[in-house]
Design a protein. Structure first.
Length: 252
């Protein structure tokens, strides 16, 4: 199985969701996310890099594993014709695309971590906030690209565009919400300066992911909520061309 096969997935894959194909796709996903996770945790310490290299793939495994039945039922209910196993493979294929993108960025993000102000420096707080926002953007970009491929798969298998649109939105809502919460429970990924390096925080269920990202945006904009809102609006506007491209995808 070649790299091109992952980056340009074929709907014929879903006709034969064999265990070998699932495990091959899972292996690519693990390697890409582990490499990226290592670069993410390196800023805090080499030990944190090892932790995050394990937790990034674990995050995806928990998200897809916990939602596997729900995703399959939604696909059937919304009329795509995909079963539970086929839905799982389609989502895993999309995740492999994002893992390959992030894995290819690992040398760049490792270089950024290497040259960022160290965690014990006076500017560590601002560096951590910028680090968090940068990686959130990169992960979001990889996710958008992966879901563009997922949408192509759905268009190729669903009887009409409406079924593909509804299924994609349902999957994004369920997996996005659960994945964000799992990412919060499994923190730290970036390692806050001043806190000890640890596999998990002692209060993993306190707060939520979205609150943390908002506070980081406010921090790097100098406690200016209006500027933070502007950054969010810019990010949403940047997604419009991608969404327009998705809608223009021809059905097969």
């Amino acid at each position: 199985m070649t790299l091109r096969a992952f980056l340009q997935p074929d709907t014929a894959w879903l006709d034969d969701p064999a265990s070998r194909r699932i495990w091959q796709t899972a292996l690519v996903t693990f390697l890409g996310l582990a490499a990226y996770g290592f670069s993410v945790g390196w800023w805090r310490s080499p030990v944190m890099a090892g932790y995050v290299a394990l937790k990034m793939p674990l995050l995806i495994a928990l998200t897809l594993g916990c939602n596997v039945l729900l995703n399959g039922l939604l696909a059937l209910l919304l009329g795509t014709g995909l079963g539970v196993r086929q839905s799982f493979l389609a989502l895993l294929m999309a995740t492999a695309v994002s893992a390959l993108i992030l894995g290819s960025l690992a040398p760049v993000t490792l270089f950024l971590a290497w040259n960022a102000p160290p965690p014990d420096s006076p500017g560590a707080g601002a560096a951590h906030s910028a680090y968090l926002v940068t990686h959130t953007f990169l992960i979001g970009f990889a996710g958008v690209a992966a879901n563009a491929h997922l949408y192509r798969l759905l268009l190729g298998r669903a009887p009409n565009r409406s079924a593909a649109n509804a299924t994609l939105l349902a999957w994004l809502a369920g997996n996005g919400f659960l994945g964000a919460q799992f990412s919060w429970v499994l923190r730290p990924f970036f390692g806050s300066p001043g806190l000890e390096v640890a596999l998990l925080r002692p209060d993993p269920l306190k707060g939520n992911f979205y609150e943390s990202v908002w506070h980081s945006l406010v921090h790097i904009t100098g406690s200016d909520s209006a500027a933070a809102c502007a950054l969010v609006l810019i990010a949403l506007l940047l997604s419009i061309p991608i969404l327009a491209a998705l809608r223009s995808q021809p059905t097969t």
